[in-house]
Design a protein around this ligand. Sequence first.
Ligand code: C2E
Ligand code: MG
Ligand code: MG
Ligand code: MG
Length: 277
Amino acid sequence: RAKGQGRDGVCEFSAAQMQELEDRLVLGSRLREAITRNELELNYQPQLDAADHRVTGFEALVRWNSPELGRVPPGRFIPIAEALGLMPEVGMWVLDEACRQLRAWLDQGFGGFTVAVNFSAQQLQRPDIAGLVAAALSRHGVPGHMLEIELTESSLMENVERVQVRLAELKALGVSLSLDDFGTGYSSLAYLKQFSLDKLKIDRSFVKDLPENSADSAIARTIVAVGHELKMVVAAEGVETGEQAVFLRQIGCDELQGYHFGRPAAAADVAGMLPRA
Ligand code: C2E
Ligand code: MG
Ligand code: MG
Ligand code: MG
């Protein structure tokens, strides 16, 4: 308990700051080895067509099972990986593993769906990112149109002009681009049209209290309207109830994702949900 220690107020770490420092030191050193020691895994969560509930794709979500630390959630280790500059490496592992899994599914006769991977700001800043994505696709023989890349508003806002070039290069590979957690960042609507994005994902904080909460339903309707106006597919994340699914469908949302339809699970456990080509 460091808070409040030192009569002259020199040591004013809060408990949360202490935890963060400790995490950086402990998790950081373990994380460096996690990739080579095969401690990372991808889970897959289904994404459905809002109209007929057909599975259209899966989002790949990274999991870290550390023998020393147990299961560390991505919300805890990704910020640290970012801060330590390890995210490009973790991100490359995720991309390669998602493509490898997609190839395995294609070989088993499945197809007609997408796999979405999340990209960090650092990944998007790499000048060679499109080349790395192209290499991963060709290494595993995966067509670009089966891959989706999820980006956040804040990662688009760093070096806007450079990012626009990177996005155009990625689009040229046939991959589609989604804006994740939409509505929580500080990008303005004016920025939206400058990026060639294919999909908006309504952040789950706006979905949580649907359909009762009138402010959230107004926000959801507005995002659907803006997205469609800009020729984008609109998806909702964090759909936990049937009422939310019905409401989102009513307001014109195109795709749904959330615990109501399926939690993120190991590749073997989503096999029953895979569409046949
Ligand atoms: P995200 O990309 O927005 O992913 C959705 C998160 O919401 C996932 O948490 C998922 O498990 C959770 N979720 C899905 N449906 C529901 C629901 O109905 N209710 C609730 N309460 N939660 C739901 P997860 O797997 O813990 O990931 C958290 C975040 O970590 C992700 O948010 C993403 O920003 C980041 N992340 C995960 N994997 C990767 C990765 O490979 N690379 C990067 N850069 N970030 C990743
Ligand atoms: Mg999809
Ligand atoms: Mg995502
Ligand atoms: Mg999200």
